[in-house]
Write a protein that binds this ligand. Structure first.
Ligand code: FES
Ligand code: FES
Length: 525
């Protein structure tokens, strides 16, 4: 689809694992993931992509995603759109329930949005009566981009073109006929098909090995301890770039910041080297397994805190990773009285660039401990009020035991709001990542330091049905706009940690290496 028909709305987030849903198309009107569908099975059948939808349907869905902020980087969106749009033809007269939409979304992963806005987009698009066009003032593209850039932080557009698969991702803009290299070690080949043949079929493995907590606790008499594991940033668009000889390589950050995970990606420089050596335009694509093996993880850490919030934290550093001394200094500045020490461990690359790497865990633990000692809440409940030095503030109030699903309220102050839809979307996404970090995320790493869980489903990303009902209240500020989602991230971490009863290890709701068996709803955990 992508390489021979140049149909670039069909994204490749994990092929041939068949687990992310980004490549979903219709086969005779029914949604199918293209990357595990052999061509022989579709002989004589109709394949429909976003480009082939009737205009009114395409506009309706694009409008619904834009109005609800259901697309951020947009890499997952065309596949999700195709899956949800198929519901319209198969459903009865009544619009589907939230549960039905969430069940449909089980075939997909989205890292950015936190799901709720996607469910809202489905509600809007599948409503019996088409909704009126959105008030353009609600989502001025420039204000939306400005807000996204504060939250990302990287350029991001949120318009209909992104929803429909035209966000300008590096591998979508490569010139037809460019040579292709897959992964770090193979040779460039004239076509993707030849490159795949040259590398053989990748094994989409996830292990049953238990998660490890590789950093030992600092010595001391602690009121609270916390150890974390190896966590994937899990951005959906794998690292990719292309270059012409002597030309500037395409950025792997065309529409969003990948939570800091690609800030030092070597792929653009390598694409340029390959193109210069071959003398022809050359694409470099990392497969999902390459991203897991070579991409940066959050530094695992071990923290001990006394009742007054002072203590010590050890940050796990691996050979070849960037220096973590600046992160230790940042923690010392953000959490006075917490001594940060970098320790060497064996494992994949780690990075302080990832959202809140290290410092968010420390701040969240301090907030959770202080709240617990000050006025303990019943088990299952947590509340945190976090203000970060740049001015962003968030209050997260979580009732994890509520039925039929957990409830999370987020109050957010981020200066001038600029675009409420964008800020709300980022708040939802930050809460989703924070809950995943406390509850479910982590990959197994072998004693030799090599990741064992190589499939995208093994990362423990929370699915739609495991998410609480989230209410976001945005408080317009009279200060210059500042980042708000980092404060949401820390506040939600703290509230979730407190609600779990301050257990000594994250993630709290997984046993062994059974990430692929997640989801269970939090209430079932
Ligand atoms: S690329 Fe096909 S399911 Fe992920
Ligand atoms: S918008 Fe879903 S992965 Fe980015």
């Amino acid at each position: 689809m992508r390489d021979e028909l140049h149909c670039r709305s069909v994204k490749d987030g994990c092929s041939p694992q068949g687990q992310c849903g980004c490549c979903t198309v219709w086969v005779d009107g029914a949604p199918r993931v293209a990357c595990v569908t052999p061509v022989r099975r579709i002989a004589g059948r109709d394949i429909t992509t976003v480009e082939g939808l009737p205009d009114d349907l395409r506009c309706r869905w694009a409008g619904a995603f834009v109005q609800t902020g259901a697309s951020q980087c947009g890499f997952c969106t065309p596949g999700i759109l195709m899956r949800l749009a198929a519901m319209a033809s198969s459903r009865a007269a009544a619009p589907p329930t939230r549960e039905a939409v969430e069940a449909t979304l089980r075939a997909h992963l989205c890292r950015c949005t936190g799901w709720q806005s996607i469910v809202e987009a489905a509600d809007l698009a599948l409503a019996a009566a088409p909704s009126p066009p959105a008030d353009p003032a609600l989502r001025d593209p420039l204000l939306a981009s400005w807000r996204a850039q504060l939250e990302g932080p990287a350029f991001q557009s949120s318009g209909p073109e992104v929803v429909l698969g035209d966000a300008g991702f590096a591998d979508d803009t490569a010139p037809p006929g460019a040579a292709v290299q897959l992964g770090a070690l193979s040779e460039p080949a004239p076509t993707l098909r030849a490159a795949r043949a040259g590398t053989g079929r990748v094994q989409g493995r996830n292990s049953t090995v238990p998660l490890s907590h590789p950093v030992p606790l600092p010595d001391g008499d602690w009121e609270l301890t916390l150890q974390t594991t190896w966590v994937e940033p899990a951005y959906l668009e794998p690292d990719a770039s292309w270059a012409v000889p002597a030309g500037r390589p395409a950025s792997p950050l065309a529409n969003g910041g990948a939570f800091g995970g690609k800030r030092t990606s070597p792929v653009p420089a390598q694409a340029r080297v390959l193109a210069d050596a071959a003398g022809v335009p050359t694409r470099l694509l990392w497969r999902r397994e390459d991203v897991v093996r070579l991409g940066p993880k959050r530094p695992p850490l071990a923290l001990g805190l006394r009742s007054d919030g002072t203590g010590a934290v050890r940050l796990g550093h691996t050979a070849g990773s960037p220096d973590l001394a600046p992160l230790a200094e940042r923690i010392a500045a953000l959490a006075p009285g917490v001594l940060a020490e970098v320790v060497e461990i064996t494992g994949p690359p780690v990075s302080a660039d990832l959202r809140g790497s290290g410092w968010a865990e420390v701040l969240a633990a301090r907030h959770a401990l202080a709240a617990h000692l000050d006025a303990p809440l019943p088990v299952g409940q947590g509340r945190a009020d976090v203000t970060l030095p740049a001015g962003g503030r968030a209050v997260a109030t979580l009732d994890a035991g509520a039925t039929p699903r957990a409830i999370l309220r987020l109050d957010v102050w981020a200066g001038e709001v600029l675009c409420p839809i964008t800020l709300r979307s980022y708040a939802l996404g930050a809460a989703h990542q924070a809950l995943g970090l406390v509850w479910s995320e982590g990959i197994a790493v072998g004693e030799d330091g090599v990741p064992l869980d190589l499939t995208i489903r093994s990362f423990g990303i929370l699915p739609a049905r495991a998410m609480p009902e989230v209410t976001v209240v945005l408080h317009e500020g009279d200060i210059w706009p500042v980042n708000g989602s980092d404060a949401v991230f820390v506040a939600t971490l703290a509230a979730a940690f407190e609600a779990e009863g301050l257990p000594p290890r994250w993630p709290t709701r997984r046993t062994g290496g059974r990430a692929h068996e997640w989801p269970v709803a939090p209430s079932e955990a």
